[in-house]
Design a protein around this ligand. Structure first.
Ligand code: PLP
Length: 397
């Protein structure tokens, strides 16, 4: 009898009791809007911003309605205009090129390496084509940030980091999101803190942060923000910055604050699971585990492996056999986007010249979520199933 896995890949842990109690308190007083406070009260949203700024070490933080909104707000606040080219990863998730397109700007895709990070040689070659790089740390893989910043600084390219999968991660001891001029994080259910929806934007740049607060819809109530620049910065931008409402509310912030306090512990729990999966998969014939650089402190909330240069039929056969045993894998090489899109050629609103290196990586790239509801035994079982099925298909060739 073959072993089967019966867990659910989309099931997250419940909201911590402390978060439920805080949410109920907000529901009971009814002041859900972030600017609806009584005398002496500091809104949950403003407290979350203060705490997240402290967590990342950033001077300023703004809580917003989604990760995608945080990205588009950062792009606007940095001065991207309609028609401007914006460098970005060819391998990322749809909201990233989507945020660029939402400004009427144009994505310029950069190739991905076999380590699943942006190809720095291709970036160096293309750096002269744009003033801004929207760098996506896709699936939590962090490139050599020191070299990336040297390339971008030399070319006068400003870096905005998409940290949807690197909240709590770091490169060479510097928190992810603290290399560029601004960074965006997501708080939707499948990321590292779960408010259903939500986003956070951090920066040390005074004018950028002031513009972001006004863009998010602050109705000139920006003095209720705590992790925000001084009134003088707002004076400079307040009449020329449009309101594009996308605030976070106090209910979501109340749910998030206890999760932020627990984040370091959760990161360790993710990484135990990741290492169990990685150990179980390493050495499988024909399957490449992505080796993580020592400078990278990552968050193993998902895992990727490569079936490099396998035929599509054989990759599909591995997926089918794993699914039959309860293991749901995603395949970035699939011709048609299903359930999610992460292939540059499915974003047909954006120009996409041929990207042979990216095509080769995506054709063999398998991806799996690692929810914290999985035990270490679950992870070991999942690895045994993938190992057995990939080996069987590999040896049948
Ligand atoms: C989830 C995600 C986002 C955006 O998050 P939303 O909150 O869903 O808008 C951005 N980039 C990547 C890589 C993501 O996975």
């Amino acid at each position: 009898m073959n072993e089967r896995f019966t867990g659910v890949f989309t099931q997250q842990e419940p909201i911590p009791e402390e978060g439920i109690a805080a949410a109920l308190a907000v529901l009971r007083h009814g002041r859900l809007h972030r600017y609806n406070t009584v005398a002496g009260e500091v809104a949950e949203t403003a407290l979350l911003e203060e705490e997240f700024a402290a967590f990342t070490g950033a001077r300023y933080c703004l809580a917003v309605s989604s990760g995608g909104y945080a990205i588009s707000t950062a792009l606007r606040a940095v001065g991207v205009r309609p028609g401007d080219p914006v460098l970005t990863n060819a391998f990322t998730l749809a909201p990233v090129p989507g945020a660029i397109a939402s400004l009427g700007a144009v994505p310029v895709f950069v190739e991905v390496t076999g380590g699943l990070t942006i190809d720095l040689d291709d970036l160096a070659a293309k750096a002269g084509q744009a003033r801004v790089l929207l760098l996506s740390h896709m699936r939590g893989h962090i490139c050599d940030m020191d070299r990336l910043m040297a390339i971008c600084d030399a070319a006068g390219v400003k870096v905005i980091e998409d940290c949807a999968h690197t909240m709590g991660a770091s490169w060479n001891g510097v928190a992810s999101g603290r290399h560029g001029i601004a960074a965006a994080y997501s708080c939707q259910t499948y990321k590292h803190m779960n408010a259903g929806e939500g986003g956070l934007l951090v920066s040390d740049d005074e004018d950028l942060a002031a513009r972001a607060v006004i863009l998010s819809g602050s109705y000139m109530l920006y003095d209720r923000h705590r992790a925000a620049p001084s009134p003088a910065a707002f004076e400079r931008v307040k009449y020329v910055t449009p309101n594009i409402s996308g605030r976070m509310d106090n209910l979501r912030a109340a749910i998030l604050r206890p999760q932020l306090r627990d984040l370091a512990v959760q990161v360790d729990r993710w990484n135990e699971r990741y290492r169990t999966l990685e150990d179980g998969l390493r050495g499988t014939p024909g399957l490449t585990v992505i080796e993580r650089p020592p400078a990278e402190r990552f968050v193993g909330s998902s895992i990727q492996v490569l079936l490099m240069d396998w035929t599509p039929q054989r990759v599909a056969e591995v997926l089918r056999r794993c699914a039959e045993r309860g293991v749901e894998l995603k395949w970035f090489g699939e011709a048609e986007p299903r359930g999610f899109t992460s292939r540059y050629d499915s974003w047909r609103y954006a120009p996409a010249p041929p990207m042979p290196a990216t095509d080769r990586v995506l054709a063999g790239l398998l991806d799996m979520r690692v929810p914290l509801t999985f035990s270490l035994d679950d992870c070991a079982l999942i690895a045994r199933i993938i190992r057995a099925e990939a080996s069987a298909v590999y040896q049948s060739a």
